[in-house]
Design a protein around this ligand. Sequence first.
Ligand SMILES: Nc1ncnc2c1ncn2[C@@H]1O[C@H](COP(=O)(O)OP(=O)(O)OP(=O)(O)O)[C@@H](O)[C@H]1O
Length: 299
Amino acid sequence: MAVVVCSGYPCSGKSFRSNQIKEFFQKRDIQSGGSKQIIVLSENSHSLDIKRSAYDTSAAEKPARAALLTAIIRLISPDTILIVDAPNYIKGFRYQIYCAAREVKVRVATVYVLTSQEQCREWNKLREGDDRYSDETLENLFLRYEEPSSMVRWDSPLFTLLWSDESIPQSTLDALWDAVDKGKVSNPNSGTVATVKAPTDALATLEKTTHSIMQQIMSSQDGFGGFITLSPTPSSSPLKLMLPPRNITLPELSRLKRQFVTAQKKAITLGTIERGSLDWSEDGVCQRFVIFLEEQLQR
Ligand SMILES: Nc1ncnc2c1ncn2[C@@H]1O[C@H](COP(=O)(O)OP(=O)(O)OP(=O)(O)O)[C@@H](O)[C@H]1O
């Protein structure tokens, strides 16, 4: 349903706010029928065990972030409001969460827990043992923090919560609920889905193999139909094509070739989405053309 990404300085009150938001969401959910699961994913819940010391070095931080992203992807679902209670201080990481959410068509909202550095230092001083950030890490994270912005699509809608407010203003909570309950859901598009470019010789392979298949059909067909064997190029594997029991004319075949080539050229120019990437080898193109011809010729 939605992901609420909390972001803020270390020890700024992200957990404090996440729990306030969860409580409010639970009340609103009960009022509207109680069908949603509301989860707070923190750095030490749902099998995560990310210590404050993970932020001491960037080497330790990378696997921690990867584990967090995996947990987010696992928990995102159409009937869940997932509140991510973690620093989420890198722009690129928030963008990754946004992409993961869009992949499964769930809404995204960002909550910026805005607390002064002085206040964070004070709250951190009150912590003990492992729970406390080292002074160096705390200062380092202040410097590295990349503030969310409502101007970029992955941080928006953006809700800023001031540390001086003990409770979250009702108008902000209402607007946040509307964003997760009724906000715009965008489809994954070329801006968020990785594209795979075709190799530079894809166009030449396409022309060569389709032309050769066309010639072989014209010279092998006998008007009675049945399988013919095609060997489009010396290096491609032989293929079987089922022909209908009639003579196929050259204009008909040329039209089908044009249709196929136009569609394939589009994939070459635009790239294909990662999960559906195409095989541009001679064998790959031949197989696709033969499948296309069989479908079209049997109609
Ligand atoms: N607005 C607030 N008013 C009063 N106390 C607060 C407020 N926000 C946070 N605190 C207190 O500050 C301390 C740190 O808050 P919290 O643990 O929520 O920070 P955090 O940002 O989640 O920390 P971390 O970066 O370690 O995840 C807690 O003791 C919490 O009760």
